[in-house]
Design a protein around this ligand. Structure first.
Ligand SMILES: Cc1ncc(COP(=O)(O)O)c(C=O)c1O
Length: 375
C-alpha cells in the first residue's frame, strides 16, 4: 500500500517513526472530534438516542477488529481501566500466581501486583529471552497454579512477539485465565479470537487505532458478561434511553456494555474514535499489517547493514523494529535524531522504530541516513 500521508497533517520535513508512543490523528478524525466538541454548543440538538448511537457504531467496528460481536465490546478510557475491570472479575487465590513479562507495560503490571498483595498470590515474571522467543519462556512459567496470564501480543519496548495461540492451548489444559493488553498491536496486527480466546482483552486507542487519547476498547468473553463493572453509570442499564422514566433500573443492558466508562457518550472523543476506526476498517487490518511489515523490513535491513542488532524476524512484530547497539545502550540517540526532525522512541536498551501508513519512502531513507551519520 502506498503512503497515506495525505490523510494526515504531517509537515514534509517531519520523519515520525514513533507510532508506538502516540499516533498522529487523521485529518478526518480531527474534524469529527471538533464537530463533536462543537455539538455541545447546541445542546437543544442532542437527543436521548444520541447518548447511545455513536457508541453503538464504535462497538460494531471494534468487534470487527477483535473478531467478536458488538455485544462483547465495552468502551473504556484507558488500558488500565480495562485491566482493572478484568482484575475485578477473575478469582485469584493464595498460593496461585499471575504471569507477566519482564518489563511489561506498567498498566498491565501494577493492577496484578495489587491483586497479588490482596489475595496472597504472587507475580511470576517471565525473564526477557536473549533471542526474542518469549513464548517458550512463558510456556515454562505456566503451571497448575497459574490463575492468570496477563500478557501482550508483542512487547511494548521492542515489539518482540508472543504466540498467544500456544499460550491459550497451554492455559486450556491448566485452567488459567488469559488477559491481554493489545494496546501495541490492535489495529496493526490481525487478532485471531477463535484461537486465542482471552477472558478480557483491552487496547488503548491512541496508538495503532489512531484514536484520541483517553479512549479505548475492551473485549469481554461472553462468560464474563454478567460480571462486576468498576462503575455503575446510568447508561449501562436496561431502557436507559427513556429519559422521562426516572425509576431506578435493576437490570443491566445486555452484553459487555455494563463495563463501559461513565459518560460513555463523550461527545468530543467518541466521534473521533469512530472516525479513526472507520478508516482502519476501510484499509483492513491485514492490509495495514502487510504494509507496515514492508516498512519495518526496510528499516531492519538498513540497521542490519550498519552492524546493529535487530530482533530475529521470527520473533518480531510486523510494525516494530527494536534496534540494539553492540557497544550497549545509546541514551542520547533519540534526542540526537530528534534534532534532525526524526522521531523514534528509546525504551530500555532498545531504539524503538514504529512506522505507520503516513511514512513515505523518503522517511525510511532519511531514517537510515540519519542513523548512519549518528553512529
Ligand atoms: C503496552 C501498553 N499498554 C498500555 C499503554 C497505555 O496504558 P494506559 O491506557 O493505561 O495509560 C501503553 C502506552 O504506552 C502501552 O505501551
Amino acid at each position: 500500500m502506498s503512503s497515506q500521508r495525505d490523510l494526515f497533517e504531517i509537515p514534509d520535513d517531519v520523519c515520525y517513526l514513533n507510532c508506538a508512543y502516540i499516533s498522529p490523528l487523521l485529518k478526518s478524525t480531527v474534524m469529527a472530534g471538533t464537530q463533536g466538541l462543537e455539538r455541545k454548543s447546541r445542546p437543544w440538538e442532542i437527543r436521548p438516542t444520541d447518548f447511545f448511537s455513536t457508541a453503538k457504531e464504535v462497538r460494531k467496528l471494534a468487534a470487527g477488529l477483535f473478531g467478536a460481536t458488538p455485544d462483547d465490546i465495552a468502551i473504556v478510557p484507558s488500558a488500565s481501566y480495562g485491566l482493572a475491570t478484568a482484575a475485578r472479575n477473575l478469582p485469584v487465590k493464595s498460593g496461585q500466581h499471575i504471569v507477566v513479562l519482564a518489563e511489561q507495560y506498567p498498566s498491565n503490571f501494577y493492577i496484578w501486583e495489587r491483586v497479588a498483595q490482596e489475595s496472597g498470590a504472587t507475580i511470576r515474571t517471565v525473564p526477557r529471552p536473549l533471542d526474542g522467543d518469549w513464548t517458550s519462556k512463558i510456556l515454562e512459567a505456566l503451571d497448575a497454579n497459574t490463575a492468570i496470564a496477563a500478557l501482550p501480543q508483542c512487547h511494548w519496548s521492542d515489539g518482540t512477539l508472543v504466540n498467544l495461540k500456544l499460550v491459550r492451548q497451554r492455559l486450556d489444559v491448566l485452567g488459567g485465565a488469559l488477559v491481554l493488553d493489545l494496546t501495541q498491536s490492535l489495529g496493526a496486527m490481525t487478532f485471531d479470537l477463535d484461537q486465542v480466546r482471552p477472558d478480557f482483552a483491552v487496547a488503548a486507542a491512541y496508538k495503532w487505532l489512531l484514536g484520541p487519547y483517553s479512549t479505548g476498547l475492551l473485549y469481554v468473553d461472553p462468560r464474563h458478561h454478567r460480571g462486576e463493572p468498576l462503575e455503575l453509570p446510568i447508561f449501562s442499564r436496561e431502557n436507559a434511553e427513556v429519559f422521562s422514566d426516572i425509576r431506578y433500573r435493576t437490570e443491566f443492558a445486555h452484553g459487555a456494555c455494563r463495563y463501559d466508562v461513565g459518560e460513555v457518550a463523550n461527545f468530543a472523543l467518541l466521534p473521533a474514535l469512530l472516525s479513526a476506526l472507520t478508516q482502519i476498517s476501510k484499509w483492513g487490518v491485514a492490509t495495514v499489517e502487510a504494509a507496515l511489515a514492508q516498512r519495518t523490513e526496510r528499516i531492519a535491513h538498513g540497521a542490519d547493514l550498519l552492524g546493529l542488532d535487530v530482533t530475529d524476524s521470527r520473533y518480531r512484530a510486523p510494525h516494530f523494529v527494536g534496534i540494539r547497539f553492540p557497544g550497549g545502550p545509546r541514551p542520547a540517540l533519540a534526542e540526537q535524531l530528534r534534532a534532525e526532525n526524526v522521531y523514534v522512541g528509546l525504551r530500555g536498551d532498545a531504539l524503538r522504530v514504529t512506522p505507520h501508513l503516513y511514512n513515505t519512502e523518503q522517511d525510511l531513507t532519511r531514517f537510515s541516513e540519519v542513523l548512519r551519520d549518528s553512529l
